[in-house]
Each structure stands twice: as structure tokens, then as C-alpha cells.
Ligand binder design. Sequence first.
Ligand SMILES: C[S@@+](CC[C@H](N)C(=O)[O-])C[C@H]1O[C@@H](n2cnc3c(N)ncnc32)[C@H](O)[C@@H]1O
Length: 304
Amino acid sequence: MTRDVPAGVGRTALGVALVRAMESRRPDRLFHDPYAAAFLAAAPTVFDRDRRVIRTRFFDDHLLDVTEQGVRQVVLLAAGLDTRAYRLPWPAGVRLFEVDLAEVLDFKRRVLAKRAAVPRCDRRPVPADLCADWTVPLTGAGLRPDRPTAWLLEGLLIYLSAEETTHLLTSVGDLSVAGSRVAFEFEAADADTLRERAGRVPAIAEYVALWKGGLPDVPGWLAARGWLPEKHHWADVVTRYGRAAGPSRGGFVTATAPDPATAGRQAASGAELSGGPGPRGDPDAVADAELGLDVREVGLHGAG
Ligand SMILES: C[S@@+](CC[C@H](N)C(=O)[O-])C[C@H]1O[C@@H](n2cnc3c(N)ncnc32)[C@H](O)[C@@H]1O
């Protein structure tokens, strides 16, 4: 039987096409393959790769919306090599905290210093372990818990256990007044399914080994504590950005900390919006490896 898109070892050809398409976009490209992108566009599996592209844009827009509405504190929990502080047109007065491990932030500092990168907001790096007490360094760096904060947990929760996740989110709640926001992604599949898929891909074993499973229903957990979670489904978001949706892939959650006076009523309505699997494993990494890409060689993909 002929498939629409190559599977098995045949799928590795799409991985090579991806590399050729990426090289073809470079101004100093070593070759130009005008057809490589067409193969990718015709292969729904490759749409999975768009996940982190869409995710980046979705959270860009979310953070700009929230700050344009008046929130002036942004906290990137597990900021990694996120460069939003440098590339987004922040409104005046935004203070942005980047929390991550010291070695990650140090690497980032060295690379960006060589490029003379200049932040477009009041950027404050906060080296800390999110599984230890990161709140003291964060408030020490200037976070004001009496003012609304936009929290972003992008590509993080799969690396935490359920207990670590609830501990982290409890701290986020403790530091959040009404009007604060928290945003993260969620997966359509449950952790066991993702692990089972990932287990078939030796190239990403080192990333899968770091997965701790996360919390099954983060939106529900937040709703039960008064937050107002809203789900943004993958197909809707992708369509809004003019890209092909591909298979259903979960989506994104933005949640608002309500006014305490109305928390009870809002928690009830928030619960209706929640449910289903929470942030889990990284099927993007699975897709990368299925395409025959070595994530370390290509160097574009973290597993999260
Ligand atoms: C997949 S990356 C995502 C980075 C960034 N949010 C992004 O989307 O570009 C995961 C990040 O989580 C950070 N991380 C994981 N566990 C952490 C912990 N316990 N404390 C601090 N950072 C942690 C890693 O250092 C890494 O930068």
C-alpha cells in the first residue's frame, strides 16, 4: 500500500529535507533547494515541528497583551535561552525576571554579551533551582508580590514531578495578586502514551530520562484554587496564525488570578474550562527523532 507520507525509515528523508529547507533560508546558504520546503508542507508529521514556533508566537502575543493591559512584572520560570527581553516591543516600565539554573543563565549572558544584545525592558536574571526555594532570590531581585505578575512556564512542567509542580504553582499563587496571569502549554496525550512513543526513539533517550511526568491536570488544579484557566486549543491557535493545524496537539493555557471577593464563583466557572491531560512529555522530540534528526546535531531543539 502506498502512503501519503513516508513512514518508518522512509521518514528520515523528511528529516534531510528539513535541514535542506533550513539551509535554503539562510542568507549565506551553501545551496538552495527550492523543493525541500514543499516536501515538508506535504508531510503532516512535520507540522509537529511547528509546535514550538506556534508556542513562541502565542506566548509572545500573550505577554504583550497582558503588559499592554497594564501588568508590569513578567517572570519567565525556566527562561532558558528565551530572548523575549531583547526582542519584544515591551511597553515602558516592564520589569522582566528570568529564572533558571545559574549555568544556563551564565551561558546565555556570555553569548548575548558577545552580540552586544540590549534588553528592551528592565531585565533581571535570577539564578535559582525551581525545585528549591526560588522565591527568595526572585523577591530579592525586585519582584513585588503586591503587584500583578505575568508568569510564563514554557517548556518546563514536563521536567517536574507532580509534587514539584504543585509546590511551584503554590509559590506562584502565593506571589500573585488579583490580575496576575500564568501561562503554559498542555498536551492532548497522557504521559504514558507519550513515554511509550518516546521509548521507540533511542535518539531522544537522554531527554526522556529527564521527564518527571508533571501533574495530570494543571488547569483543574489551578481552577480548584481560584484561578480562572482558559484553554487555547492547538487547531484554533494554529489557524489564527495561518499555519496548517495537523493532528490535534493539546494547546495552551492562560489563567488569571481573580479578585478574592469573586474567587468562589470564578473558580467554579474556571473548573468548567479545565480538565483533560496537563503538560506532559515532549512529542516534538519524538517527531524530530522519527524524522531522523539528531537533536544534538541539529542543535535547534530542547525537549520541552
Ligand atoms: C526546554 S527548556 C525551555 C526554556 C524556555 N522556557 C524556552 O521555552 O525557550 C527547559 C528549561 O527548564 C530549565 N529547568 C528545568 N528544571 C529546572 C529547575 N529545577 N530549576 C531551574 N530551571 C530548570 C532548564 O534549565 C531549561 O532552561
